[in-house]
Design a protein around this ligand. Structure first.
Ligand code: ADP
Ligand code: MG
Length: 264
């Protein structure tokens, strides 16, 4: 039985002032070494769910467990990557990556901090850019800094909210491969929010579909590995090839459900 890193149990979310629930009765788990994609149209509640699951905002009902313990705030061992890299413009790349390691909650001594930053920058291919400032970086480089910032925290679980959606298609593909390499190399789990069906199919071990018109509920989920006749996390080094018959059919089914969700 695989270890559950994260469990979302009957999550409901109502923002004060709204006359509707943004999330209703959502259940899912992220297991060790697993990449779980949350897929859904814009406005279906993906960011809200990620914020609840990562402890950034409290659920109205239900519970989030991190390694079996209920969370009240973002736990150590967890990191969050947003759609925009969110770098501090007055700090250079190395200092942006180190930012957070000096805080009381996750104090890492300075020499250890420098080692971790150097190793992380090397992994994302940015060692030469350590002294650059965010204004001098391309979108892809900025997101690589953001991934390095996650790496130095040695997170067991990363939350990623559409991390590559503002990048061009070619950079996005290479960032997806980089993310996969990093997660597999560090045996880290991830909850990846995306509205890109092909990104979800190429990267995820499990795919969860969230509906908009149904009002932030889980419509379905798929274990993409067992669907292929394999079991467990594949530790696959490469983005999944999804041109075969099985994935064509799955893509058509999910596209159909997404458009039905919008027109119901
Ligand atoms: N801080 C907030 N206060 C009130 N309503 C919000 C807030 N954040 C999001 N919402 C509402 O929740 C719904 C889902 O939004 P969001 O989680 O951002 O969706 P997604 O990330 O899938 O695009 C939308 O109807 C949005 O208006
Ligand atoms: Mg969002």
């Amino acid at each position: 039985m695989a270890i559950k890193i994260l469990e979302c149990l009957n999550i409901g979310l109502h923002y004060p002032g709204n006359n509707y629930f943004t999330l209703k009765d959502i259940n899912f788990a992220v297991e060790a070494d697993q990449i779980v994609a949350l897929l859904g149209e814009s406005g279906c509640g993906k960011t809200s769910l990620l914020n609840v699951a990562s402890g950034l905002i409290p659920a109205t009902s239900g519970q989030v467990l991190f390694k079996g313990q209920p969370i009240t705030t973002t736990p150590n061992g967890v990191s969050v990557v947003f759609q925009d890299a969110c770098l501090l413009p007055w700090l250079n790349v190395a200092k942006n990556v180190a930012f957070g390691l000096g805080f009381k909650s996750l104090y890492v001594p300075k020499t250890e901090r420098n080692c971790r930053v150097e190793a992380a920058l090397k992994e994302v291919g940015l060692l030469d850019a350590a002294d650059k400032y965010p204004a001098a970086l391309s979108g892809g480089m900025a997101q690589r800094v953001s991934l390095a910032r996650t790496l130095v925290r040695r997170s067991e679980l990363s939350f990623l909210d559409e991390p590559f959606s503002s990048l061009d298609a070619i950079t996005r593909r290479s960032m997806q491969q980089l993310l996969l390499n990093l997660l597999r190399a560090h045996r880290s789990s991830a909850l990846l929010v995306t509205h890109d069906l092909d990104e979800a199919l190429a990267l995820a071990d499990r795919l969860i579909l969230i509906g908009r018109e149904a009002g932030g509920t889980k419509l379905a989920d798929w274990d993409l590995n067992s669907s292929l006749g394999t079991t467990g996390s594949p530790a696959a080094p490469n983005l999944r090839l999804t041109a075969d018959h099985f994935f064509q059919a799955l893509r058509a089914e999910i596209s159909g459900r997404l458009s039905a969700d919008l027109t119901d």
